[in-house]
Ligand binder design. Structure first.
Ligand SMILES: Cc1ncc(COP(=O)(O)O)c(C=O)c1O
Length: 365
């Protein structure tokens, strides 16, 4: 039996009455941009994440960029500090502001931004830090907040892989004025296309960003600031509203499957799972010796895998000129050679997880 990296059919089947009801409302209203569905989803997502305000946008990339711009990041003399191991889109978002990028290394166990290394690389030009809650784990926000305070740098959290995650039991918006999310289809809360959002506890901040995402307008046809056109589609809001009430149950299912992977892979030679106590398990990632051969072996058994990510950002051509070379961020570089993401999604069966884990064990023994 084939096991893909994600299966949307199962998610759509389980939520069909809800999304059909929202689509019916939309087709009744025929208001396709920034209408009732988006407004309702913004209130529902803010409430589910225990934030006061939600501004939806077109993508997670736009969410990060708009948050940085709102924080005053716009100039090549300003720097944005971010981890070298993340989706290229984190870097693309920061670069789009016009600021310079500074990459920091990761903790070799969690693969999250290392606060110590981030602190060492901070300069007086660092205007913002973008911790990335990679794979569903949450960064050490307390330590990063202390570092940011030294420079009066703002923290924009990249929570694109961490829907539903909290830090020490508290909402992420308690720790910085901007938390950015993506609704790319494979995310813990994904649309059937692109989408994103910024959560904040500040009403004036939310008002500015709402204006900015909609061409700098305030509902009419006058642009007051040079904004962007980056809005969540009403149709995507219909699906997101149907999926959101299932987020906790889906995250719990991910955690159960992750525990099963950990149990079966325990002691497997050549495999070291990236393990954390605080995750919503967007991805289940192992560090594997002979990673590419293992990946081929799994593919030959019909098992889909991913690599998140194969190249650290400081070595990607798009970010050339960032001042770092091969060898400068050894933990991120090594991780990129070893990591492999295994299938993990709502409604994936425990039997399938066992099959994947056993296929890995057989490869090594
Ligand atoms: C960590 C991280 N940051 C940013 C993004 C960008 O999100 P989007 O694809 O919605 O622009 C993604 C998703 O691809 C991501 O995983």
């Amino acid at each position: 039996m084939k096991i893909p990296t994600v299966d949307f059919r199962l998610i759509l089947n389980a939520t069909e009455p809800e999304w059909r009801a929202h689509l019916a409302e939309l087709f009744d209203r025929m208001h396709f941009i920034l209408g009732d569905q988006v407004r309702a989803f913004e209130a529902e997502f803010a409430s589910a994440m225990c934030a006061k305000q939600c501004v939806t946008v077109g993508t997670g990339t736009a969410a990060i960029e708009i948050a940085l711009r709102d924080a005053g990041v716009h100039h090549p003399k300003q720097e944005v500090l971010l981890p070298a191991l993340t989706a290229p889109f984190t870097g693309i978002a920061a670069a789009s502001t016009g600021a310079a990028l500074r990459f920091a290394d990761i903790n070799p166990d969690t693969l999250l931004l290392d606060p110590q290394d981030a602190g060492d690389r901070l300069t007086r030009h660092t205007k913002a830090i973008v911790p990335v809650h990679l794979y569903g784990q949450v960064c050490d926000l307390r330590a990063l907040r202390e570092i940011a305070k030294l420079n009066r740098a703002v923290i924009v959290q990249d929570a694109c892989q961490a829907h539903g995650a909290r830090y020490r039991g508290r909402p992420l918006t308690d720790f910085s004025p901007y938390v950015a999310y993506s609704f790319y289809p494979t995310k813990n809360l994904g649309a059937l296309g692109d989408g994103g959002a910024i959560l904040t506890n500040s009403a004036p901040t939310a008002r500015r960003m709402s204006q900015f995402r909609d061409g700098g307008r305030r509902g009419g046809q006058v642009a007051y600031v040079k904004g962007v056109n980056s809005r969540l589609d009403e149709m995507q809001a219909c699906y997101l509203r149907a999926f959101l009430p299932h987020l906790d149950e889906w995250n719990a299912h991910r955690a159960k499957l992750a525990a099963l992977y950990l149990e079966i892979l325990q002691g497997c030679p050549g495999v070291r799972p990236v393990r954390t106590s605080n995750s919503v398990w967007h991805l289940f990632v192992i560090r594997a010796s002979r990673r590419d051969k293992l990946r081929g072996h799994l593919a030959s058994h019909g098992i889909g895998t991913g690599i998140h990510y194969p190249v650290p950002l400081h070595l990607m051509p798009a970010f050339a000129g960032n001042g770092l070379k091969r060898g400068d961020l050894p933990h991120a570089e090594r991780a990129c050679r070893e990591i492999l993401s295994l299938p993990l999604y709502p409604y994936l069966s425990e039997d399938s997880v066992a099959q994947v884990a056993e296929t890995i064990r057989r490869f090594y023994v």
